[in-house]
Design a protein around this ligand. Structure first.
Ligand code: PEP
Ligand code: MN
Length: 372
């Protein structure tokens, strides 16, 4: 990480949420990709019915990591977006990656443009977009670059700010990481916290869909993001997620989106507000981050136990390997004690993990859990 900690001056204006309560977060929802006019209009109408959508999103141009994936419907999807706006009254948003995209999106009255994670990592592309935005007052959100580099993210925001864009914000969508994780893109909360510290007035929106990569974890990341005082959420919603042309695993149905949003708690205390942060809330924030990591690691550990169970089943090996377990306990206890942890606590913790690991393996081997 290269961020120096210096304050950054970026002037911003509020992007209204258009909802019943102007204090609620900005809620951007819609499919990963525009596929057909019917898909967009059906999804948008169902979203509108939840009364909890500020702006309708759909990708028209899709920058994909590998070729031969669906690369977006292109310009022919823009009149469909305009039709969504006409039929639902929702504002519309799409991703832009170059000056031509900006020009076309503005021609079709797109209200909010976002710069994707692969584009915000490239200062040449961001500068080209910035130059094409001069003289407009469209809203712009900039996703974090794919790599965890706060300076690069700030640089992209500065370029767009210098072009005169005031309705400006950042989107936290997680980062590529070599570390194995339960997430598609690791949230690395310290990076948006750094951005918030550098630029407290800049709105940060969270994109739980691209962080999670699946639908199950979205409620947790959405709540966590609100607890960290983000100003909004961007969630992928499709009227028929199983058949989506991109990111099928992470898109919610409009019904599930409604359940998600109505289930979220909007808190008044905001740990990311750096100026009035008390020592206690800072320590609690550290504990929350560590607990999250511990649970993620436990989940990864049990996934490996599951694979070991499969291996043992195929090779006819017994579940309980006492020598291996005795070695683990001895080594972990010595290491934990050297780190100042209590021996009884370590023993109880390791026993619990071992028991659960045996349970997981035995489910795989026998299709039923062993009794404790
Ligand atoms: C998207 O929002 O559909 C997208 C491509 O996101 P990202 O740039 O975060 O990968
Ligand atoms: Mn997507």
């Amino acid at each position: 990480m290269t961020y120096t900690g210096a304050k950054v001056e970026i002037e911003t204006e509020h992007i209204p949420n258009g909802l019943e309560n102007p204090e609620w977060p900005l809620l951007i929802a819609g499919p990963c990709s525009a596929e057909s006019e019917e898909q967009l209009i059906d999804t948008a109408k169902k979203l509108k019915a939840t009364k909890r959508v500020s702006i309708f999103r759909a990708g028209i141009w899709k920058p994909r990591t590998r070729p031969n994936s669906f690369e977006g419907i292109g310009v022919k999807g823009l009149p469909w977006m305009q039709q969504v706006k006409k039929e639902t009254g929702l504002r519309i948003a799409t991703e832009v990656a170059n000056a031509e995209h900006v020009e076309l999106a503005l021609k079709y009255e797109v209200d909010l443009l976002w710069i994707g994670a692969r584009t915000s990592a490239n200062p040449f592309s961001v500068q080209e977009i910035a130059d094409s935005l001069k003289g407009t007052d469209v809203s712009v959100l900039i996703k974090n670059p794919v790599n965890p580099d706060t300076e690069l993210w700030i640089g992209a925001l500065e370029r767009i700010s210098k072009a005169g864009i005031r309705k400006l914000g950042a989107i936290h969508r997680g980062f590529s990481s070599h570390e194995k994780s339960v997430f598609r893109n690791s949230p690395m909360w310290n990076i948006p916290i750094e951005l918030k510290a550098a630029c407290p007035q800049l709105p940060i929106i969270c994109d739980p869909s691209h962080i999670c990569g699946n639908t199950e974890l979205i409620p947790f990341i959405s709540q966590k993001a609100l607890d960290m005082d983000v100003r909004g959420l961007m969630i992928e919603v499709h009227n028929n997620p199983q058949c989506a042309w991109s990111d099928a695993k992470q898109q919610l149905t409009p019904e599930k989106y409604g359940e998600l949003i109505y289930g979220l708690l909007l808190r008044s205390v905001s740990p990311m507000q750096c100026d009035d942060q008390t020592a206690l809330s800072k320590m609690r924030e550290d504990i929350d981050l560590l607990d999250d990591e511990i649970i993620q690691k436990l989940s990864l550990r049990m996934k490996i136990s599951n694979k070991i169970g499969q291996y043992k089943k195929e090779n006819n090996v017994t579940i309980l390997q006492m020598n291996r377990w005795n070695d683990i306990v001895k080594h972990r206890i010595n290491m934990g004690k050297a780190m100042g942890l209590n021996e009884d606590f370590l023993k109880a913790y390791l026993n619990l993990i071992h028991q659960e690991s045996i349970n997981v393996q035995s489910t795989v081997m026998n299709d039923k859990p062993v009794k404790k």
